[in-house]
Design a protein around this ligand. Structure first.
Ligand SMILES: *[C@@H]1O[C@H](CO)[C@@H](O)[C@H](O)[C@H]1NC(C)=O
Length: 231
């Protein structure tokens, strides 16, 4: 009974298939070939899909890399600007901290000079020497930093000699103060001042010409200077 049902089903189904000779008949060989083609196509499709996915993710990765690079560039720019700002702040602080000021008087009890040759005046009585740029042993001021400095020189003198003082920048005479020799005059004061733009190491000092003299006592005769502004 079971066997006959199975046979019926088998033949029943078989009746629905095309038979050899029918137009729509597909032989086993052709079927296998078609199946293989289909499988190949499926494989290709899957490959294409995989490649598409790979491309998509590569594009996304590239875009991320571009974004990352842009961010990195901006970060570097910021860092550079930050460094510049920090350096500027440090420079400004350093400039602010650099204080240079001195005042010194000729010292002694009375006349200094006259001498037979031009002589660098050594103002030995230091009143102020912030930054230590003035040397009371040589009378020479040496600029520690580039900038504009202001110098003054005052002298007290009297008969019977004249007085000629020159303020020097390195080997160059810049300004002078003078008192003419006069027999009947009593004491005089004279002075002068100048703004000088100096480089580090430039030297400023006062020289008294031959046969001049100044009065050293009582702080009459002074040499002063200070850094106005770094340039
Ligand atoms: C900024 O300064 C730091 C510390 O001095 C340094 O390591 C860094 O390379 C500097 N960056 C740039 C972009 O100059």
């Amino acid at each position: 009974m079971i066997v006959s049902i199975c046979l019926l089903v088998f033949f029943g189904c078989g009746l629905n298939f095309a038979q050899p000779g029918d137009e729509s008949y597909v032989s086993k060989t052709e079927f296998d070939a078609l199946k293989e083609k289909l499988e190949n196509l499926e494989t290709k499709l899957r490959d294409t899909e995989i490649r598409q996915i790979n491309s998509d993710s590569q594009i996304a990765e590239l875009k991320n890399q571009e974004k990352l690079q842009a961010i990195e560039t901006r970060l570097q720019d910021s860092e550079t600007r930050l460094n510049n700002s920090e350096n500027q702040i440090m420079d400004l602080r350093k400039k602010e901290r650099t204080k240079v000021m001195f005042s010194a008087a000729a010292g002694g009890r009375g006349a200094i000079g006259p001498f037979k040759t031009d002589t660098t005046l050594i103002y030995r009585a230091v009143i102020t020497n912030i930054g230590g740029a003035y040397s009371p042993s040589t009378g020479i001021f040496t600029a520690p930093v580039a900038g504009v400095y202001y110098f003054t020189l005052f002298h007290h003198t009297g008969k019977p000699y004249g007085t000629v003082l020159y303020l020097y920048k390195n080997n160059q005479q810049v300004i002078m103060t003078q008192n003419h020799k006069a027999v009947h005059e009593t004491a005089h004061n004279g002075g002068n001042a100048v703004f000088l733009q100096l480089q580090p190491g430039d030297q400023v000092y006062v020289r008294m010409t031959a046969n001049s003299f100044i009065w050293g006592g009582n702080y009459h005769t002074t040499f002063s200077g200070f850094l106005v502004s770094q340039v």
